[in-house]
Structure formats: C-alpha cells, structure tokens
Design a protein around this ligand. Structure first.
Ligand SMILES: [Zn+2]
Ligand SMILES: [Zn+2]
Length: 120
C-alpha cells in the first residue's frame, strides 16, 4: 500500500523540523536590552594599580597606545606615532628612554613608589 509510505513522510519531516527548528525557536529578535552592564572593577583602582597602570608598558592604561586602539588612533591623528615600534612616539621608550622616566614620575606621584618593571 503506497499511502502508508506517504503517511510516514510528514512524521519524518516534522521530527527533522523539531531537531533543527528547536534552536531557532529560541532566537528572539533583539530583546537582550536588560543585560546588566559590568559595574565592578573600578573599585580597586586607587588601592591596586590594576586598571590605572599598564604594567606591561609603563604607561597609564587609559593613555597606553599599545593597549588601546582608540588611544592609538588619537595619537596617530596628532601625528604622534612611531612606525618602527608601533606605538605613540611620545610613549616610545625604545626611541627615547627619557620618556619612561616621565611616566614613572607620574606613577610615583600617585603611589609614592617605583612603578613595576616593564615586561618587554
Ligand atoms: Zn599597555
Ligand atoms: Zn620608536
């Protein structure tokens, strides 16, 4: 009887649909507004140097042209850029070691101690 064979097809199709349709059904359109923004991390700024100081480059994180593409773009715009070392010219300790001292002085002014050694 051929109609029996036909009758099984919708069943197979619907189970396939169930398998694949499952994940898509959960996909609600653009309704993730209520996601809470991460608020912590700013707290320890004053006590620990995490957050303010870039240990790696010896520059305040917010000004570090090596860590922040946004900062880097701003320096490039000003024409303050070292192509050779891929960082702001005014932050290139490789070209001008005196700059390192300039930033170190800011660290000392804030924390009253020497900045951590730069890992480069
Ligand atoms: Zn950095
Ligand atoms: Zn340089």
């Amino acid at each position: 009887m051929s109609f029996v064979r036909i009758a099984t097809i919708p069943l197979a199709v619907s189970s396939v649909f169930l398998l694949f349709g499952c994940g898509q059904g959960e996909n609600k359109p653009e309704q993730t507004k209520d996601k809470p923004a991460p608020t912590a991390a700013a707290k320890s700024d004053e006590t620990k140097h995490a957050g303010w100081w870039c240990d790696e480059h010896g520059i305040p994180e917010a000004e570090c042209s090596m860590c922040s593409p946004k900062v880097a773009a701003a320096f490039k715009k000003k024409g303050d850029w070292c192509d050779k070392h891929d960082r702001a010219k005014s932050q290139c300790f490789l070209c001008d070691p005196k700059l390192k001292e300039k930033y170190a002085a800011r660290y000392r002014a804030k924390y009253g101690k020497e900045p951590p050694p730069i890992e480069e």
